[in-house]
Design a protein around this ligand. Structure first.
Ligand code: NAD
Length: 307
């Protein structure tokens, strides 16, 4: 049984090897960038484990023994899932390896934006010592957190945010209000959530329907001092509209772990604003989450290949 890792950015593939050894599969690590690389390097693959290499219809049609493609991470955007289904090839992702980490990143960004930590830290590094540059900050306790999406990660965010005395509301058209109530969260329409919340945290998946969910119009519904946090996917927010809303103080602050282009372009105007904090798509990461991700993707591929 042959499993090719099409590409990867990890220092070791030991966890993958451990899982594949259990079914007697041989693992071949590659660093493919293009369709042609995958077709050339992984010709006799029974399974693929993929990070960023494009697993298109053309690739899958060119690998006659392929039965399963596992993807490192939550999204399967590198894989043509429709073509895989037609060709009888299973596609696997790892949806639940980093809920603790992402919910903590969302909370960290919320608190850091609320307390304006980047501005204060930068001042001290430049030998300043004046609390007034952070004015105004209002007490967090009693403020309202609005969650966009109410899946696995925002449910954890809600549980953690309760400890800060936040009232929590959420928008998720596929979640019944009763499910919200189990978490002491009120499910409301999008416009209500954006109008009422002091902090918005974005957790919806990126689809054709959710791209630019936050745009010039929907951002204009938010409070002028509101904070917006995005740990989900960059294209959920129209970055140009976000830049103008932040620059013109139509909203207060943004904390982003994800951007439309990753890595962010050097000339992205968001980088000129001091009411923005950006981390490099790191919310998923801890040593434990990385190990779980690598183990689970290889386990999933091994399970399919061992029938
Ligand atoms: P999930 O699959 O558990 O939940 C998604 C929720 O979104 C569901 O409740 C669904 O009903 C809702 N939804 C779907 N379409 C919607 C719409 N149009 N409007 C509002 N809600 C909608 O997802 P999760 O585990 O909570 O993860 C959320 C997102 O976090 C993922 O989609 C992923 O993009 C992102 N993520 C980011 C990182 C990172 O490192 N930054 C890591 C893991 C996940």
């Amino acid at each position: 049984i042959k499993v090719y890792v099409t590409d990867y950015e990890y220092a070791t593939l030991e966890p993958e090897k451990r899982e594949l050894d259990k079914i007697g599969a041989v693992m071949f690590p590659k660093q493919c960038k293009t369709e042609a690389d995958v077709i050339r390097e992984c010709k006799d693959a029974n399974g693929l484990i993929d990070q960023y290499a494009p697993i298109t219809r053309k690739v899958m049609e060119a690998l006659p023994d392929l039965k399963v493609v596992g993807r490192y991470g939550v999204g399967v955007n590198t894989i043509d899932v429709d073509a895989a289904t037609e060709l009888g090839i299973q596609v696997l992702n790892v949806p639940d390896y980093c809920m603790d980490e992402v919910s903590n990143q969302a909370i960290s960004l919320m608190l850091a934006c609320h307390r304006k930590l980047n501005i204060l830290n930068s001042q001290v590094h430049h030998h300043g010592w004046d609390y007034k540059i952070a004015k105004p900050i209002h007490r967090l306790q009693g403020q309202t957190l609005g969650l966009l999406g109410f899946g696995r990660i925002p449910k954890m965010v809600a549980q953690k945010a309760k400890a800060f005395g936040l009232n929590i509301i959420a928008y998720d058209p596929y979640v019944e209000p009763e499910v919200g109530l189990q978490y002491d969260v009120t499910i409301l329409p999008l416009k209500d959530v954006l109008q009422k919340a002091d902090i918005i945290s974005v957790h919806v998946p990126l689809t054709k329907d959710t791209e630019n969910l936050l745009n010039e119009q929907t951002l204009s519904w938010m409070k002028p001092e509101a904070i917006i946090i995005n740990t989900s996917r960059g294209p959920l927010i129209d970055e140009n509209a976000l830049y103008h809303a932040l620059k013109d103080k139509k909203i207060g602050y943004a904390g982003l772990d994800v951007t439309v282009q990753e890595p962010i372009q050097e000339d992205n105007p968001l980088l000129t604003l001091d009411n923005v904090m950006i981390t490099p798509h790191v919310a998923w990461y801890s040593e434990e989450a990385e190990l779980e991700l690598k183990t689970k993707v290889a386990q999933g591929v091994a399970d399919v290949l061992s029938g």
